[in-house]
Design a protein around this ligand. Structure first.
Ligand code: HAM
Length: 432
């Protein structure tokens, strides 16, 4: 049994429990992000955690890190190859096509939930992590690109997060990127002896990703490489200029990073990342861009699309280090009950209070205990008040309200006015 406990009573590496002490911060983050996406008219879509492996291979790209080495893929009992979703865009497009959501209409959609990638776990990088993803379909103009950036900026503002900086780039159309790719490969081949192992491997499969290399020994070579912006087609250049102009008009600061290429193959034209230097190596809190080719590539009618995803673990780490004021979820009141009659009356009285005082969080002491131990629990619960009922109070139809967080006197209140008194004492502390 000890061996079982040591090995099996451990969550899978890189997959975290989110404990009760942390969930109110998660809820605050999720609620705030939900408010913001709804403020821009987006609707939620809920997608399965599993998809056919082929969907991710085709969407994300066969020669990306995700597909080559990070997917949780297995055969189910029918022998179908399934994969735990490493991201949400592919599933979202699949669902839109399957249900005809893209026929002659635009869509603004968002989703939230866990994603799975078999990466090397470290601070800010996990094997199960959570994203909020936002996707739009049917809008080709740079206005929607810019509006999505405004939305992310509003998220940081609502969360009180300062210090994230915006990097943008344009990858151009497929044709422009192919031209650029050729020029880059020519250049890198001419310097083949300076390439590290990873880059040599990528040279034939995914040369643009070499620009992303973090290897210090490669930086000089990369800096002197042909630049993507010099190969942009006219349409993409115009789109990018329009995008930048809209950001300028709204006063949003950004940096054009010609080496920003993203790790998924489906992007075209605009790409962006919000990066912070407060999280160490895993500083990208939000990333996305335009993927005008994906819907058609998966078998639908050509449909322009733009989207992004936020990493919730990273946002939460920022929130915690920013000492953000998170809403409380402790009970307001802990009810101490002594004796069978008090328990019987107390349970009902508690529900009457919940009915009468919207937003009230009230915990009733269940399964007994001495006054002393019940008060200990009351204190530990974080409640502001104990509400005490014993035999005497049942007979008198009263309860004793005792402040737990200051030295104010306790008071005896009759049941008929208890809800009113509680409402007054807690005014300003009740949500909703
Ligand atoms: P991504 O860049 O792969 O894009 O992931 C988006 C964000 O998810 C990252 O910036 C990061 O904050 C978070 N993230 C990714 N991997 C991990 C990990 N292992 N641990 C913790 N956080 C992580 C996408 O997933 C695209 N689907 C975004 C998109 C939507 N593009 C268009 N629409």
């Amino acid at each position: 049994l000890t061996e079982f406990m040591a090995k099996t009573l451990q969550a899978v590496r890189g997959m975290n429990d989110i404990l009760p002490a942390e969930t109110s911060a998660w809820q605050y983050l999720e609620d705030t992000l939900r408010d913001v996406v709804h403020a821009y008219g987006y609707s939620e879509i809920r997608l399965p955690l599993l998809e056919k492996t082929e969907l991710f291979k085709r969407s994300i790209g066969e020669v990306t890190d995700i597909v080559e080495k990070e997917m949780y893929t297995f055969d189910d009992r029918n022998g179908d190859s399934l994969t735990l979703r490493p991201e949400g865009t592919a599933s979202c497009v699949r669902a839109c096509l399957q249900h005809g959501l893209l026929h002659n209409q635009v869509q603004r959609l968002w989703y939230m939930g866990p994603m799975f990638r078999h990466e090397r776990p470290q601070k800010g990088r996990y094997r199960q992590f959570h994203q909020v993803g936002v996707e739009s379909f049917g809008m080709p103009g740079p206005d929607i690109d810019a509006e999505m950036i405004f939305m992310t900026a509003r998220m940081w503002e609502r969360l009180g997060l300062a210090g994230a900086s915006l990097q943008i780039n344009s990858l151009g159309t497929q044709a422009a990127r192919a031209n650029y790719r050729n020029a880059l490969v020519d250049y890198l081949q001419a310097h083949a002896d300076a390439l590290d192992e990873d880059s040599t491997r990528r040279l034939s499969s995914n040369p643009l990703r070499i620009l992303d290399s973090k290897n210090p020994a490669m930086q000089e070579l990369i800096a002197a490489a042909p630049r993507l912006p010099d190969y942009l087609d006219e349409e993409s250049a115009e789109h990018f200029a329009g995008f930048c102009a809209l950001l300028d008009a709204a006063g949003i600061n950004y940096e054009i990073n010609p080496r920003l290429v993203r790790g998924l193959d489906y992007y075209s034209k605009t790409v962006f990342e919000w990066v912070t230097d407060q999280l160490g190596a895993q500083g990208t809190i939000c990333a996305g861009g335009r993927y005008d080719g994906l819907v058609e590539y998966l078998g639908g009618t050509a449909t322009p699309a733009f989207g992004f995803a936020l990493g919730l673990e990273r946002l939460l780490a920022l929130l915690m280090s920013a000492d953000a004021k998170l809403p409380a979820n402790e009970p307001h009141i802990y009810m101490v009950v002594s004796g069978a009659a008090a328990t019987e009356r107390g349970l009902v009285l508690a529900d009457e209070l919940r009915d009468a005082v919207p937003g009230l969080r009230l915990q009733v002491n269940c399964s007994g205990g001495s006054f002393k131990s019940q008060f200990k629990r009351a204190d530990r619960s974080g409640a502001d008040f104990a509400l005490v009922i014993g035999d005497e109070e049942v007979v008198q139809k009263t309860a004793v309200l005792k402040p737990l967080r200051n030295k104010a006197d306790q008071e005896t209140v009759t049941h008929s006015v208890l809800a009113e008194r509680v409402g007054n004492l807690l005014s300003g502390k009740l949500d909703g």
